[in-house]
Every structure is written in structure tokens, then in C-alpha cells.
Ligand binder design. Structure first.
Ligand SMILES: [Zn+2]
Ligand SMILES: [Zn+2]
Length: 383
């Protein structure tokens, strides 16, 4: 069996990994776009023979989760190669991409490709000729993100995708690896945080408590976070319920939350009847009761922020978007007020969490991906 990392050994994002069996079956894991769009960094296109051009040589593509640095180049895949995605991820991705189609950012053809994605569902295994793939759901800033156990030619590989263990569902990651994976020959592991190993991330639960304190003190609150970072939204929602204020967002965000509510049994994701979408009719109620409103750089958010000019603004996503190196920073700086509160925790595993995964699966070989400092793996004392 061969493992080929087409892109992503010395950078964060843009991941494309290939697994090829001795019999010649080839599958790709992730087909990511380069991150981030910095002014001084050109997004380089990538072509893989038999996957994005030429005659079809790949059986399938498996997507770990819906972040652009893992799925962004889906429309470059040769049309007859099936793309597999987690069942819930696919639905969230569809809602997100539909909004982009309405805004003219992607085409109807792109949307049709997504519509045709096949799905995988835990704990089902998928057999692609002589390769067996087992998806394992993990904790990440994307909902329904997965690691893959790949078995073929008598060898076992674990591809981690992006993961963490300090989120709402972090506690289940290591037990899931013990239960469904065990020991592997090769670990393909993400190392996003290895360039800042001394940082200890705040847990999502600690973040929720901090948000609650802020909401308690301030009557009117705006929160900016990714519309698909469901666990962050769940933290903000829970904190809002504790202080008995209104939880408000736009119609698109509400559609995502209502979908999550229907597929989840956990009380954390019960949004039905507790989320209002912003319009003129609720302004009076907002004034009376106080609120937490999720915002993004759009008309509705700007309107609401104008209506409540002296509110608290919490910035709850990657700080890099505010950096002047980031191509859209001017937009962001116009939108995010100067006196914002920064409340965020990473979607990626910290040093200790990576070590724990390495120890759990006792890999004979580690291939670092999704990292600017892959050499840190060499210094890690795993045993
Ligand atoms: Zn990523
Ligand atoms: Zn990700």
C-alpha cells in the first residue's frame, strides 16, 4: 500500500491525501483549497492526474468535514468519481452553499455536484474494492467531522482530519479510538497547533461560562462566529438561556440550527422554539428583554447593530481575519467595532491531545499533515 500526500505536509489546509492499494485501487481523502487568502500569498491551484484531470484513475474521494481547506476543490474532481461525505455534514454544507449560490458566488452546477455527493454514516464501514474505510466522528469546530480508519493489504492507517478534544464532544474522542481503531501501522495526523505548543486552549465549556458572565453584565450583545461552528453557537445559546435573554440570528443561520435540532437528541442542540430570526417586529421585545444576536457582515446584522449602537460585541473566531495580511480584512475592520471582546478557542488539538492520540493508536509511523511545524512530531515523547 502507498500513501501519497499531494498537498498539506508543510502548511495548514489545502489537504489532499491519496491511499493506493497494491492492486492499484486509489482513493483520495479530502480535496482542500489553500488557506488563508493572505494578500502576499497566491492560492496555488493543484492538479492530480486521474483525479482532477486526464483519465479517471481514482475510485472515490472521502471528505473528512465541510471546511473549505478540506472540501473546497470538490468541483475540480473528474465528474464520474463519487465523492463521499458525512450525512449531516452534507446537509449543512448544502444550506451553506445554497446561500452562496443565491449570492452568485457559486453556480447551479456546483450545487448539483454537492447534491450528488454520496454519504457515509457511522458506524457503517465502506468497502471500495480492496480498501475498507471506517469513519469515526470526532470533536472539531465543524459539526459531524470524521477521522478515517483505512484498512488494506493487511495494514491499518488512521487519518485524523481536523480534530480536538477540548470541545463539547471532546471526551468521546480517545474512547472512540480505543473502541473502533486500536493499534495502527501508520498515523496521518493533523498538527495545526504545533507552531504554538505552549498555548493551552480554553475548553468550550469554559468559554460558555465566560460568555454567560458577559451576557449577565450586558443587556444587548452581538456575537460574531462561524455560522457552521455549531458547538460554538450551542455554547452561546446555552449561556443566553442561563441569563434569560433572547437568542437571535438571521434566517439562514436559523435554518442550520433547526436542521441540527431535528437530527440531534442532545439537549445541547435543542434550538426549536428558542431561536428568533431578526425583523422589525421583535425590536421592541429585544429592547425590553435584552438579547444575544449572532451576526455576520450582512445587511440584517448591520441594521440590528445600528438599532442598538452601544451594545457589547464579542468576536468569537480566528483572529487572523482581522489581520491586515488577510485579504478581506478591510471589510472586517469596517464591521467589527474597535472595542470588541475577544472570546475564542481553537478547533484544533493542542500538543497534549495530539500526544494522547499518538499514544492510543501506538502508530509505527507518523505522517504529519495540516501543520507549519511538522518537525515537532519528531521531538514529541510519545512512549
Ligand atoms: Zn483544516
Ligand atoms: Zn477544519
Amino acid at each position: 500500500m502507498q500513501v501519497i500526500i499531494h498537498r498539506g505536509t508543510h502548511q495548514i489546509g489545502g489537504c489532499i491525501t491519496e491511499i493506493k492499494s497494491n492492486k492499484g485501487t486509489r482513493i483520495a481523502i479530502d480535496i482542500g483549497e489553500n488557506l488563508p487568502t493572505l494578500n502576499n500569498q497566491k492560492t496555488t491551484e493543484i492538479e492530480v492526474e486521474g483525479l482532477t484531470k486526464g483519465e479517471r484513475a481514482f475510485e472515490t474521494v472521502f471528505i473528512t468535514h465541510y471546511h473549505g481547506d478540506h472540501i473546497g476543490l470538490y468541483n475540480k474532481i473528474l465528474p464520474d468519481i463519487p465523492i463521499y461525505m458525512g450525512d449531516v455534514s452534507k446537509e449543512i454544507y448544502k444550506i451553506l452553499q445554497k446561500r452562496l449560490e443565491n449570492a452568485g458566488i457559486i453556480t447551479k452546477q456546483d450545487l448539483d455536484i454537492i447534491e450528488r455527493f454520496k454519504i457515509y454514516k457511522i458506524p457503517e464501514k465502506i468497502k471500495i474494492k480492496d480498501i475498507l474505510i471506517t469513519p469515526i466522528e470526532v470533536d472539531h469546530s465543524a459539526f459531524n467531522a470524521h477521522m478515517f480508519l483505512i484498512e488494506c493489504d493487511g495494514k491499518r492507517i488512521l487519518h485524523t482530519g481536523d480534530f480536538r478534544i477540548h470541545g463539547q464532544r471532546g471526551k468521546s474522542v480517545i474512547p472512540a479510538l480505543e473502541k473502533y481503531v486500536g493499534e495502527v501501522d501508520c498515523l496521518i495526523c493533523e498538527g495545526t497547533t504545533l507552531s504554538r505548543i505552549k498555548e493551552q486552549p480554553m475548553t468550550e465549556f469554559e468559554l460558555q461560562n465566560k460568555a454567560e458572565q458577559i451576557f449577565k453584565k450586558n443587556k444587548y450583545n452581538f456575537v460574531m462566529c462561524s455560522s457552521t461552528n455549531i458547538d460554538r453557537i450551542a455554547s452561546m445559546h446555552k449561556a443566553t438561556l442561563k441569563v434569560n435573554k433572547l437568542f437571535i440570528c438571521d434566517k439562514y443561520q436559523k435554518e442550520i440550527l433547526m436542521y441540527i435540532d431535528t437530527i440531534s437528541r442532545s439537549s445541547l442542540y435543542k434550538f426549536k422554539g428558542k431561536v428568533l430570526s431578526y425583523d422589525n417586529n421583535i425590536i421592541q421585545l429585544m429592547k425590553e428583554k435584552g438579547f444575544v444576536m449572532l451576526v455576520r457582515d450582512n445587511y440584517i446584522s448591520r441594521k440590528a447593530m445600528k438599532e442598538f449602537p452601544n451594545s457589547t460585541f464579542i468576536y468569537s473566531q480566528w483572529k487572523g481575519y482581522l489581520d491586515e495580511k488577510f485579504i478581506e480584512y478591510k471589510h472586517m475592520q469596517e464591521f467589527v467595532p474597535q472595542n470588541y471582546i475577544y472570546l475564542h478557542t481553537s478547533g484544533h488539538a493542542d500538543y497534549e491531545a495530539i500526544k494522547q492520540v499518538c499514544r492510543t493508536v501506538k502508530a509505527k509511523m507518523i505522517i504529519p499533515i495540516h501543520s507549519e511545524k511538522p518537525e515537532e512530531f519528531e521531538k514529541m515523547r510519545i512512549r
